[in-house]
Structure formats: C-alpha cells, structure tokens
Design a protein around this ligand. Structure first.
Ligand code: CU
Length: 218
C-alpha cells in the first residue's frame, strides 16, 4: 500500500497464481483472517489510519512499515491520512470494505482482469476510449488491456482499469458517476486545488465520452 499526494495506491498480489490487481483509494479484505499490509510512501510522510480497525502507522518514502489488520464484521470502514501532507491532505480519504472470503475472491478475480473492450454496440464508449488515448491520459494513467501504457518513469497516477467499480473519485472528493467523472476530467483543479492532474484540453464532447467509457470499466 503506497500513499501519494493525495491518494492511496493498493497493490494486491496472489503468490499462488501470480495474479495482481492495482486499486486506488479502496482496500478490500476478507473477513475473519489477519491481512498483512506493507505500507510506504511515494513522496512525503503520510499516516495510514482506519480508526475502527487500527492505530496510526506512518508511511515513509523508501521505508516499509508492516501492519496486520483483521475485520470480523463485514462492512465498510472509513479511513483518512492522519499526517498533514500538503494542500489536499483533507481530501485523502480511504475506504476499506471487509467482505466474506468468497465475495473477496470474486472481487479480486474481477479486479485482476484487464479492462473489458468497449461493447461493439456502443460507439460512444468506443469513442471515449480513443479520446482517452488521444488526450494523453495514458501518459500518467494505466488501463490494463490498452495498447498504450504510461512510461516507467511517468508521473504516478491511479490505475483506472476498473475505475467505474469504485464508490468515489479522487480519494473521496466526489461520488462516482458519469457527471462527476466528466467534471473531474474537465477541471480537477476546481475540485481538488493542487491535485497533480492537469485539466483535459479536449472538447466537452470528448470529455463526456471519456467519462462514459471510464464509468463502464467495472
Ligand atoms: Cu495527509
């Protein structure tokens, strides 16, 4: 689990199958078993804090701190960065979903798949995918399954492969839907001033097609 200014990156790896998933701002864990998290930071000091499940644990660049979590009750738990880390510290929320092990396994199986190709029926969703590439969103964001991927030294940004399955945008800044996605893509600085994403320089029409495609990536 890696903290960034101002969002969370959660990487899952299943050693028995080699499958991986990368998710932003949401953690899912199976209920009733201890789950080990390795915590680090991409930039400044952040602090992992899920008040009802754990104490505060610092997340430092170039260091790993371990934390073992266990949730016996299924449900959503709210977390937050607990170390002032700059302008958008207050908009750095985290949500943990604890679910029965079989639901967790299904969730992980979906998240570890590449993004679905746009259904052939929807020209608009296909246009959204093309505009995403044309607008150079791929210079920062990975969508697994797309031909274009960020360079290894690209600025770090949330993996968007299954972005439509999340409940919020930008670490809790807005709820997830087509309208809020379009608003975020057009002008992230109006929503989260200082966020490390520039506004899109494409037409409103293209922004809305991109939002429609991203929302379909469940
Ligand atoms: Cu912070």
């Amino acid at each position: 689990m890696k903290a960034h200014m101002w969002w969370w990156e959660a990487r899952y790896y299943d050693a028995s199958t080699g499958r991986e998933a990368v998710v932003a701002n949401e953690l899912h864990i199976p209920t009733g078993v201890p789950v080990y998290l390795a915590l680090t930071s991409a930039d400044v000091i952040h602090t992992f804090w899920l008040p009802s499940l754990s104490g505060k644990v610092d997340m430092l660049p170039e260091r790993l701190h371990g934390l073992t979590l266990r949730a016996d009750r299924a449900g959503d738990y709210r977390g937050q960065c607990a170390e002032f880390c700059g302008a958008q510290h207050a908009n750095m929320a985290l949500r943990l979903t604890a679910q029965p092990p079989s639901d967790f396994a299904n969730w992980f199986a979906r998240q570890s798949r590449p993004a679905a190709a746009p259904p052939s029926a929807s020209a608009r969703i296909a246009q959204g995918q093309r505009s995403f590439v044309a607008a150079r969103c791929v210079s920062c964001h990975a969508v697994r399954g797309l031909h274009e991927q960020p360079a290894p030294d690209a600025p770090k940004a949330p993996d968007l492969t299954h972005v439509g399955s999340r409940s919020t945008i930008a670490a809790g800044a807005l709820p997830m839907n087509k309208g809020t996605l379009a608003a975020w893509i057009a002008d992230p600085q109006a929503i989260k001033p200082g966020a490390r994403m520039p506004g899109a320089t494409v037409s409103a029409e293209q922004v809305s097609a991109i939002a429609e495609w991203l929302e379909s990536l469940k």
